[in-house]
Ligand binder design. Structure first.
Ligand code: ADP
Ligand code: GN1
Ligand code: MG
Length: 371
């Protein structure tokens, strides 16, 4: 048994999990937390848990983080049950440790445990538009379900998470610091980011003018943060709830398109393969608008297409910043990984720029249908 497995097992015992450990495996989908599946046999029953080390470099206050998640999932549980759904499968269920806390510090790391949702899968690339339409419905319903949640009770788990002007400032500071000595290699990428500075303020300006509201949003709506049912292939559960905070609906829409309507993986290095699929864009927009069009303001609707560009641009800025900082934020598999991701995102931004008129037409048509 290696060290992490041994520590994870001690953590499980602290959460009162009994029985014999039968299986231990690692999930590598996420860029932030360390995630393990642990299967136990207990009195003849098989029990499956998702055991996670919270990345405390990213989430500095695990107590506040877990308070948000536990309260939000309790709220979701009620609205799912009221709508006739199954809360055990449609939202996450966190375990409470022996000391009544929802996380436990072991060997200097913050751990948490929740129930594994069986017979489900995630996607990193979409081939079938119907799957992406279902993802749009899932995130649209998620927003709708949380519309009555008291926003002032949410802790801001990462300050200025989608503040794009501040993300650009952080990139400029990283260029000046040049902590990893990599700035010389990426002058064209820096130029790409800086030349689009005007775009960073657009949504914040609209908010200041009272034209787009703050809502309770997920803020990390990438496709692999939805579990799909193995049988129906429908989105069943929105996961990765660490960044639920007040935000704009457009962040959630744009980020989902950024990841899921890309015709290639987020770190594809053959940039000819990286394009915005209009078919996938339409599929997601249909799912999303069919779930929540009536709740959106006209300014939100008018900026859905733009939000895809903004969130892709912002994510590219963040990958590039982390590359310059020496890969201190996102998990990477090799030294140039963050740079490859940044180039991929910037290629997608260029492609979206050329397709914005068509994307806006698609939104206008669907909005008429679903409002
Ligand atoms: P990260 O913040 O690192 O992205 P996630 O919370 O998204 O971490 O979890 C990483 C991966 O683990 C997910 O993309 C998914 O594949 C899997 N996963 C997470 N929670 C569950 C669950 N309750 N049931 C099944 N799989 C899960
Ligand atoms: C991270 O945690 P994960 O892998 O779902 C990141 C998102 C980025 C995404 C890029 C807390 O998401 O903001 O958009 O990587 N999450 C955090 O793939 O920073
Ligand atoms: Mg995730």
């Amino acid at each position: 048994m290696d060290t992490v497995q041994k520590t994870a097992l001690e953590v499980c015992r602290h959460f009162n999990i009994e029985g014999e450990l039968k299986e231990f495996s690692t999930f590598t989908d996420g860029h932030i937390n360390s995630t393990y599946l642990m299967v136990f046999e207990n009195a003849g029953n098989i029990e499956k848990y998702l055991v996670q080390i919270i990345n405390t470099h990213v989430f500095k206050n695990p107590r506040e983080l877990m308070e948000n998640i536990v309260n939000v999932t309790a709220f979701l549980r009620e609205s799912i049950a009221a709508g006739g759904g199954n809360p055990e499968r449609e939202t996450l269920t966190f375990l409470k440790a022996a000391d009544e806390k929802y996380y436990h510090i072991q060997d200097g790391e913050a751990w948490r445990i929740y129930r594994f949702i069986d017979d489900s899968h995630t996607y990193n690339v979409i081939e079938n538009p119907a799957v992406f339409e279902s993802a749009g419905k899932s995130f649209g319903h998620f927003q709708k379900n949380l519309s009555g949640y008291p926003m002032d009770q949410l802790h801001e788990t990462i300050k200025d998470f989608h503040n794009t002007p501040k993300r650009l400032e952080a990139l400029k500071a990283a260029v000046v610091n040049n902590a990893a000595g990599r700035a010389d290699k990426v002058s064209s990428e820096i130029e790409f980011a800086v030349s689009r500075g005007e775009d960073t303020k657009k949504l914040l300006d609209l908010h200041e003018q009272g034209r787009i509201p703050l809502r309770v949003t997920h803020n990390d709506t990438k496709l692999n943060n939805i579990l799909f049912d193995n049988e129906s292939d429908e989105g069943i559960c929105v996961i990765d709830l660490d960044t639920i905070m007040p935000g704009f609906s457009l962040y959630d829409f744009g980020d989902a398109i950024r990841f899921g309507a890309n015709t290639a993986k987020e770190d594809e290095t053959d940039l000819d393969k990286v394009t915005l699929s209009l078919e996938l864009f339409e599929a997601y927009a249909r799912g999303f608008l069919s779930a929540c069009a009536a709740d959106l303001t006209q300014d939100e609707v008018d900026n859905l297409a733009f939000s895809a560009k903004l969130m892709t641009y912002e994510c590219g800025i963040r990958f590039l910043t982390d590359y310059l900082d020496g890969d201190v934020y996102f998990k990477t598999a090799y030294p140039q990984h963050n740079l490859d991701r940044a180039r991929n995102q910037f290629k997608l931004v260029s492609d979206i720029e050329s397709k914005l008129p068509q994307m806006n037409d698609i939104v206008a048509k669907l909005y008429e249908q679903y409002k």
